[in-house]
Design a protein around this ligand. Sequence first.
Ligand SMILES: [Fe+2]
Length: 481
Amino acid sequence: MQVKVIDRLPDRLPPDDDHPYRTGAWRPTFTEHDAEELDVLEGKVPEELCGSYLRNTENPVMPSLGRYHPFDGDGMLHAVRFAGGRASYRNRFVRTAGLEAELAAGEPLWAGIIEPPSRSLRDGWGARGKMKDASSTDVVVHAGRALTTFYQCGDVYQLDPDTLAQLGPAAWAPARGVSAHTKLDPRTGELFYFGYGAQAPHLWFGVVDAHGQRAFQQDVALPGPRLPHDVAFTEHYVVLNDLPLYWEPEQLAKGIYRPRWHPELPSRFAVIPRSGGEPRWFEAAPTYVLHWINAFEDGDEIVLDGYFQSDPVPRPDPTDGPYAGLKKMVDLSSMQTRPHRWRFDLRTGACREERLFEAISEFPSIHYARPGLRHRHVWSMTAKPGWFLFDGLLHMDLETGVEQRWRYPDGVYASESPMAPRPGAAGEDQGWLVTFVSDLNADRSEVHIFDAARVEDGPVARLALPERICVGTHACWAPTR
Ligand SMILES: [Fe+2]
């Protein structure tokens, strides 16, 4: 492996840091690398695997103003590019306006999500305002650009997907902000986006065409501020949501942004034509959902798959000490996230729902070409109970009900693992899963490649990375065009 150090930001974090989400597998890295010819530690990189695996990461540079939440950290993009059985790697900070301002000031300027906005020293971004847009949540590749976004809404930062050169904020993004989980339709090249805010309008969505120009944007009326995290689409519709976990309006007036769970209210889903129009609203059992697996049309029904949370606001465990509240907030086992299906009948307005699998899992992937179309195979991540750390991969075949799992040993954690299809293959499970692994036992990071149809066999190839990197949240696969 030939490694070149490109840059290094100063490490301003406390030297005796004990924060569970800034140490261990979440320990940030400060060095930007270019690495060619990654060393293959085991197996072989498939010759047909051609494209890039990109992952965003919350990688904090400054100490926090008050309490730190793992989703506050500054964005760092990591990319592995595969071609002809070889792999190269690059990583770069996302040079957001907020990060640049804090580096110039030499100190933190914005408080994170657990602290009140009034604690921030400057105006900023976000659905509630006065937050730093860290652009650290998500990444997609659209119209030849890698786009990073932030779950509390902000700008859309563009990077060259091959060189990771900074290309600045996307001109198409509305000033009021775009949430994480912009969604690419690989058949049309369109990108769907949404945003939300404490002030009216509380929800909006739009479409960017295949050339990177905004096609249109529409407001969606809600009873008040909501906290949507994801959007889904079918061949003809977009599906947005109004879920009963949201900031209390009376508390907002006092500057307190604390989500409250309303089990007495239904979950509501808006089905809206892709080109805009009046929403059709459907009601379902109360829950909160972070991520949708996919949506598709089945006759007169819109089918939506995602992860139903049985306990969206788990009670803190006092034995978790000073981080008790935070630990439950990001623990999939406590929230009990299980694959679920909603069916919205466009003729009757009724909704039917069912559990798809019992396995607690989240962070889905389907075949690259299937978004918006009927899917059979779902890959997702399992998490270490009590932690936001991915300890394995799960393959679910919706047709046969068969599950396959791969579990890493304790201290070894993976990333979201998108599916990279085998070029020209007809089968929906024909391809690979790619993931980054942070191995605390060996103090190193690796790239692992799995055969998507044989997850339980473990990785077919393991490659070395230049240093141990921080685990992160979202990743994507971008085939070489
Ligand atoms: Fe997310």
